[in-house]
Design a protein around this ligand. Structure first.
Ligand SMILES: [Zn+2]
Length: 441
């Protein structure tokens, strides 16, 4: 797998046509500002992301923040007072969406907004939102700096022993229902579910969310299978959580074994030696899950995803990042990161592990990444709906630049260049039910 090529905003690897930076910026400008005069771009090649082939020599007329005309340049009349640009040799694509980000709605990385916009990212799905989405939007409305549109999740909803400190912890079914109601009232666009939820809590959340009509999206908890999550109506699965497990011929045995090892690891009074042994066991089972990948099993799981409308955001950038190669300190994109983020990136993913387990985790991540590439290719061929997301703010996942890395990875995994582009444009709009006004040209 080719490493991320640093140094510039790259054309999407594998695409026949390079998209130029100025043009991407232009698309962004349309989306964030209202021009006083109409703008006409002539002789441009349009890739509209509807699925149509590239159309050369087109004219586009923009009035205010809307495209009002599009067609072969000879047929389009430019308004009298329009500003005209020559698009010869350039390409027009829809604004991009990064469908898995963190830090866009809190104070950790307000600087990331400009990086998104400068890279043509006009919208993001924030996967760990503020406690009160409505209050956040009110503050945001008066913020002077331009920002991408944010499709905003609830805070992470997790079980006991949550993975992240700012999560909402849900211990049982009643609390699960309560959080769903509260977050809907506070204006969250969706409920973000996470890895440590118990089965009871998870299925209560699913039931309540379906009842009151708010989507739930996120990780498939470790206590639940991917097929069950799909059946329960989870709208998107992130990072292929539990998907490799559900594609293994040993799913049931592996779940039981992982639960036993997890309990051993967490047992009160467990010695360091016992914890180390459990940790080694967990890595072994996960390696075995990769080795027992079974295509027929995977295909029947994917058929369920299609039947239930379960979207996938593989975040291949994250999965590749977790191999934990050292940062390329010559990568000029690093200079845009804040000090705090940079120091986390320098630490990498496994800083707190001793060298042995650390190497084992990196090796497992490599095997899992290779398997994920295979799974994404197969999902694409099977017709599973796919979204492009980076999990940015995690090491190796650049805000803004990163979506271009993700599109290149999706193409490497076997998606057509057009399908990859749609995963970050048309599909995103469809996913948030705004295809009538976004996602295509
Ligand atoms: Zn994430």
């Amino acid at each position: 797998m080719a490493r991320i090529a640093p140094g510039r905003l790259r054309p999407l690897r594998g695409y026949n046509s390079p998209f130029s930076l100025p043009l991407i910026i232009l698309v962004v400008l349309w989306s964030v500002s209202v021009w006083s005069q109409p703008l006409v771009i002539r002789h441009i090649t349009v890739i509209d992301a509807t699925g149509r082939a590239a159309e050369p020599d087109m004219s586009v007329v923009i009035d205010g923040d809307r495209i009002v005309a599009l067609g072969p340049w000879k047929k389009i009349h430019a308004p009298k007072d329009a500003v005209t640009l020559d698009g010869e040799g350039k390409f027009l694509i829809p604004g991009l969406w990064d469908m898995h980000v963190h830090g866009a709605s809190d104070n950790r990385a307000p600087w990331s907004h400009l990086l998104f916009l400068a890279n043509g990212v006009v919208g993001v799905r924030d996967m760990s939102g503020p406690p009160d989405a409505r209050a956040w939007r009110a503050t945001q409305a008066s913020a002077p700096a331009p920002s991408p549109t944010v499709y905003l999740g609830s805070p992470i909803v997790d079980g006991q022993n949550p993975v992240w400190p700012n999560s909402i912890v849900v211990a049982n079914a009643a609390q699960g229902r309560e959080v769903v109601d509260q977050q809907q009232q506070r204006g969250a666009d969706f409920i973000k579910v996470y890895s440590k939820l118990s089965r009871d809590a998870y299925f209560a959340i699913a039931n309540e969310a379906n009842k009151i009509g708010i989507p739930f999206e996120g990780h498939v908890p470790e206590s639940v299978t991917a097929a069950e999550a799909s059946g329960a109506g989870q709208r998107s699965i992130e990072h292929l959580t539990q998907v490799a497990l559900g594609s293994s011929s040993e799913e049931e045995a592996s779940i039981a074994e992982l639960q036993r090892l997890e309990a051993q690891f967490r047992a009160p009074g467990a010695t360091m030696a016992q914890k180390m042994e459990a940790g080694r066991g967990i890595i072994e089972v996960n390696t075995r899950i990769v080795q027992t990948f079974d295509e027929a099993t995977a295909r029947s799981l994917f058929a369920l995803f299609i039947k239930n409308g379960t979207w996938q955001t593989p975040t291949l950038s994250l999965l590749q990042g977790q191999i934990d190669d050292p940062l390329d300190t010559n990568d000029p994109r690093l200079k845009y990161l804040s000090k705090e983020v940079r120091s986390k990136w320098d630490d990498g993913y496994y800083k707190h592990y001793p060298p042995g387990p650390r190497a084992a985790l990196a090796e497992l991540s490599k095997a899992q990444f290779d398997e994920s590439m295979k799974i994404v290719g197969l999902m694409y061929k099977s017709g599973v709906p796919i979204l492009a997301g980076t999990d940015t703010m995690n090491p190796h996942c650049f805000p803004g630049f990163g979506i271009h890395d993700e599109l290149a990875l999706l193409v490497d995994a076997g998606m057509s260049p057009l399908a990859a582009l749609q995963a970050a444009s048309r599909n995103a709009a469809q996913f948030i039910c705004q295809l009538d006004r976004r996602g295509t040209i």
